[in-house]
Ligand binder design. Structure first.
Ligand SMILES: Cc1cc2nc3c(=O)[nH]c(=O)nc-3n(C[C@H](O)[C@H](O)[C@H](O)COP(=O)(O)OP(=O)(O)OC[C@H]3O[C@@H](n4cnc5c(N)ncnc54)[C@H](O)[C@@H]3O)c2cc1C
Length: 397
């Protein structure tokens, strides 16, 4: 693996860097404009994504015919790195861009690609992922939401849970049971569901960060046309696995840059934070812990290159993406713990408090990190995948 960029990759990076320097909105100051609700924040990020798309930077590695740039995966990684380094606002349609678009590219009909991909890139249509249910999380093949064929439509009844961005979504990649008599992995189908269809009910769930990023979604006799089957009927497991592998292999790319930027800020703050009459930076134990986080962030970057290299060679992520998923999610929890130790109790104050550090960013990221080892499959499940599919150990279940 060559970790150096080629001349054309460097040119791509420099052009993008210049565009970002000229176009990042002046009023963007981090996580959320003061006083903005989650909905206002989302509208802001949606219009930012539209601007990125119109300038030709969205879907860097997606085919040109569907609105992408037709560039390489490495350039896609450069895009993510530069967005992070410039502290640009994130793109709103995160699940559409990172998981669902690539799944439609892999399994969609030409008509589905034509219909959906460009609007994912422009953020005209926001997507959510309807996989988990109350009895189907780690064991996602256990889904009970049923889809019965009724003429040219499937009739959907059931419930999903933890549906991130369900409240904002126009469309959902939905996994349903189409053949209850078949073995559980064989009777599943993936549908592209219009979230505005009659019978779809979204109920936000409140998280410990105070936000309601995810939701319960209920389906009461919802009609989905058969043209909206993604892949083949009763072959939904293979389609869904493709989505999950993209999720595990790529979600950490943006995180790595965000953590690095946050870590640099922690180093700055450690010089200004008093600890027993001296700067926290001089505390021998804290220095050890910060150095350890720094070393692990470097390992994360190299692991990420390995995942990307694998996708470049094979066209799809493999189970090794699980190594990356475990590493970035557990590293972030260790990092946030160290940050709290370095910054002390003021880091626990939330946005809006006069004494909050960095407008409450640190308590937010500490609390949000708890979900990292659950979303996209828990650490235990990732270890099961590595044990079986990478090491060849017997299945654990
Ligand atoms: C922030 C966040 C965002 C999310 N967004 C979405 C989304 O957009 N769409 C979506 O569909 N889902 C989403 N999820 C749901 C997520 O995929 C599930 O929470 C996750 O797969 C775990 O399922 P569960 O919560 O049902 O836990 P369970 O599956 O009930 O697991 C409970 C515990 O048992 C352990 N366990 C289970 N099976 C095994 C096993 N075989 N071996 C060892 N240990 C095991 C687990 O590791 C866990 O500790 C999100 C979750 C979070 C936290």
């Amino acid at each position: 693996m060559d970790l150096n960029y080629t001349a054309s990759e460097l040119q791509f990076r420099d052009e993008l860097r210049a565009w970002l320097a000229a176009n990042i909105p002046a009023n963007w100051n981090g996580r959320r404009p003061p006083g903005a609700t989650m909905q206002e924040q989302f509208a802001y990020l949606r219009s930012w994504q539209k601007r990125v798309y119109e300038a030709g930077w969205a879907g860097v590695a997606w085919p040109r015919e569907y609105g992408g740039r037709g560039a390489s995966l490495i350039e896609q990684v450069i895009f993510t790195e530069e967005m992070g380094t410039a502290a640009a606002p994130p793109l709103a349609n995160v699940l559409g861009l990172s998981l669902i678009g690539p799944t439609i590219i892999a399994h969609g009909t030409p008509a589905q690609k034509q219909r959906f991909l460009m609007k994912i890139l422009s953020a005209e249509e926001i997507w959510c992922q309807g996989f988990s249910e109350p009895n189907a999380g780690s064991d996602v093949a256990n889904v009970a939401t049923e889809a019965r064929l009724d003429g040219g439509h499937f009739l959907i009844n059931g419930q999903k849970v933890w549906t991130s961005f369900g409240w904002a979504a126009d469309w959902c990649e939905l996994i349903v049971r189409t053949d209850p008599a078949a073995p559980k992995h064989k009777g599943l189908t993936v549908l592209l569901l219009d979230m505005k269809s009659p019978g779809v009910e979204v109920r936000p769930l409140r998280q410990m960060t105070g936000e309601s990023e995810f939701n319960e979604v209920f389906f009461h006799d919802v009609r989905v046309p058969v043209e909206n089957v993604l892949g083949d009927v009763n072959n939904g497991w293979n389609v869904a696995i493709g989505t999950l592998m993209h999720e595990r292999a790529t979600l950490g790319v943006a995180q790595q840059i965000a953590y690095k930027r946050q870590f640099d800020r922690l180093v700055d703050l450690s010089h200004q934070t008093d600890r027993n009459g001296a700067p926290a930076a001089a505390d021998l134990v804290l220095r050890q812990k910060m150095a350890q986080v720094y070393a692990e962030l470097e390992i994360l970057r190299l692991n990420q290159m390995r995942s990307i290299s694998r996708i470049s060679q094979n066209g799809a992520p493999g189970p090794e993406g699980s190594i990356h998923k475990i590493f970035w999610s557990e590293l972030n929890q260790r990092f946030q713990q160290v940050a709290q130790e370095v910054l002390g109790p003021f880091a626990q104050l939330e946005h809006g408090s006069e004494f909050a550090i960095d407008e409450g960013e640190w308590v937010y990221s500490f609390l949000r990190a708890r979900g990292n080892t659950i979303e996209a499959g828990t650490s235990e499940v990732q270890r099961n995948i590595i044990g079986h599919f990478v090491l060849g150990l017997p299945r654990s279940y």
